[in-house]
Design a protein around this ligand. Sequence first.
Ligand code: GAR
Length: 220
Amino acid sequence: MSEATKKRVAVLISGRGSNMASLIEAAKEPGYPAEIVVVGSNRPDAAGLEAAKEAGLQTFAIDHKEFGKDRAAFDSALSAELKKHDVELVVLAGFMRLLTPGFTEEWEGRLINIHPALLPSFPGLNTHARALETGVKLHGATAHFVTSEMDVGPIIMQGAVPVLDDDSEQTLAARVLEVEHQIYPEALALVAAERTEINGMRVTVVGSDDLDDDLIAPTV
Ligand code: GAR
């Protein structure tokens, strides 16, 4: 696929950036329909920014602390920066910042997130501890379009893992993270290739290409 037809993607992170790394790796594939043109963070010290630079990518940081409580001003600055890079899709990868409706509406249909739980179970933080506390036998990760409500939005893809009797929060988190790294590049590929259709809360995959169909089905 030529660079000209690939979707221009920004990845936004707040921390270590392991999901970002899996997206960077996937995007190296010549047939991958997205090109990561920039990695941004609300934390100038995010470890993932260094990794992105080492991978030869452009980066930016907009420190949310400089905006105090003014979330809308932070979001406007973020949006302006994304536009400078002619970004077509915005991919949240451990971006731990609530976005205002102004931002989510502006980027609606072009903004996706990965969440470490099988939504609509366990939105918000501490998902692995809550999965253990409630005794669910399956846990996992969800790639979804972002709407103005946190961790609610049309689901593109989910991957499930078993919860084992001897799991700790850490072992469960590690098992889920593997699934995140598997489904997020696949979900981005579907969106970038314009193979997702949103009808209310349902996303259907249309058309066909050479994506691995095993990965499009839930991985249980
Ligand atoms: C990931 O587990 C991601 O799903 C989660 O933060 C972690 C970031 O790790 N995101 C959320 O909880 C968003 N609600 P990473 O920086 O190594 O990708």
